[in-house]
Design a protein around this ligand. Structure first.
Ligand code: NDP
Length: 288
């Protein structure tokens, strides 16, 4: 039987409706959640991601401010800018759109963001807190993936989750989040031998590589849940994931499409983290 396609847009829109209510409640208390996005240079993909984030903020009532800088900005000027935002009480979340130009040390920039405003969840303090199970901002893509799988109503405990990819922003943290939910987690990467033999053991297969068509039916166990994180632009201009969609949908029980799968959830969890940051700044506990 063909896989059920997980509709990321629908899931995201339900979650955004709930966030819009939470923003309204905060506004009734005189608090307007605010996100400031820093964009350096003129990479078209980055500009388009930032536009998507701003549109999503507007949708739920979060005030978003965009600060753009030329690619020639110095590292110290950028750090100075972040320092100002850290001290600005009307700014609850700070996001620096990556990648940054080569002359700027990304880790240094991420570490300059106050951990309580790090709504991307990339600051080593948030990463460490996540690892030891403390309250932390969870990185948006991994958090969105967990939210998606949980929305299917399946019990994650004891499931074998295989993650292909081990980047700091997707692969590594998504494995940690599923480990926290008591899954058995295996990581694969570019040095993994016999990838298909390992991915074929997965009850939940998460692919975050960035290589079109890497994963086919031969990699997937009958009935597995397959989450395709990859975003690749084909020569014809179309977007596709890392998974051969038409093949894998005949084997998997659930499958995410690209686009309209993980992407909308990523942005939604950024909104979630920003609302949380605003609540934290005013010592307000979430109701319900
Ligand atoms: P990175 O390039 O940082 O990491 C890619 C990972 O894939 C690395 O760990 C690499 O291994 C591994 N890899 C490369 N080739 C193979 C292979 N042949 N077999 C197995 N593993 C391999 O990418 P990101 O994690 O940043 O992003 C991954 C994809 O997800 C990209 O397409 C990106 O655009 C997309 N993405 C989508 C988001 C969304 O919201 N939808 C958000 C973020 C990313 P090694 O470590 O050994 O080099």
């Amino acid at each position: 039987m063909a896989a059920q396609i997980i509709n990321g847009v629908e899931l995201a829109s339900a979650k955004r409706a709930q966030l819009a209510k939470e923003v309204e409640e905060l506004k009734n208390l005189g608090i307007e959640p605010g996100l400031t996005v820093i964009l350096v240079g003129d990479d078209p993909a980055s500009h388009s991601y930032v536009k998507g984030k701003q549109k999503a903020c507007a949708e739920v009532g979060i005030r978003s401010t965009l600060l753009t800088f030329p690619a020639t900005i110095t590292e110290s000027m950028l750090l100075e800018q972040i320092d100002q935002l850290n001290r600005d009480e009307t700014v609850h979340g700070i996001l620096v759109q990556l990648p940054l130009p080569n002359h700027i040390d990304e880790l240094k920039v991420i570490e300059a963001i106050a951990p309580e405003k790090d709504v991307d969840g990339f600051h080593p303090i948030n990463v460490g807190r996540m690892m030891v199970g403390q309250k932390a901002f969870l990185p948006c893509t991994p958090y969105g993936i967990l939210f998606m799988v949980q929305s299917l109503g399946i019990d994650i405990a004891g499931k074998h989750v295989v993650v292909v990819g081990r980047s700091n922003i997707v692969g590594k943290p998504v494995g940690q989040l599923f480990l926290r939910e008591h899954a058995t987690v295996t990581y694969c990467h570019s040095k993994t031998k016999d990838l298909a033999a390992i991915t074929h053991q997965a009850d939940i297969l998460i692919v975050a590589v960035g290589k079109a068509n890497l994963i086919g039916a031969e990699h997937v166990k009958e009935g597995a849940i397959v989450i395709d994180v990859g975003v690749n632009r084909l020569e014809n201009g179309k977007l596709c994931g890392d998974v051969r969609f038409d093949e894998v949908k005949e084997v998997a029980s659930y499958l995410t499409p690209v686009p309209k799968g993980v992407g909308p959830m990523t942005i939604t969890m950024l909104l979630h983290n920003t609302v949380e940051a605003a609540r934290n700044a005013h010592h307000i506990n979430k109701r319900g």
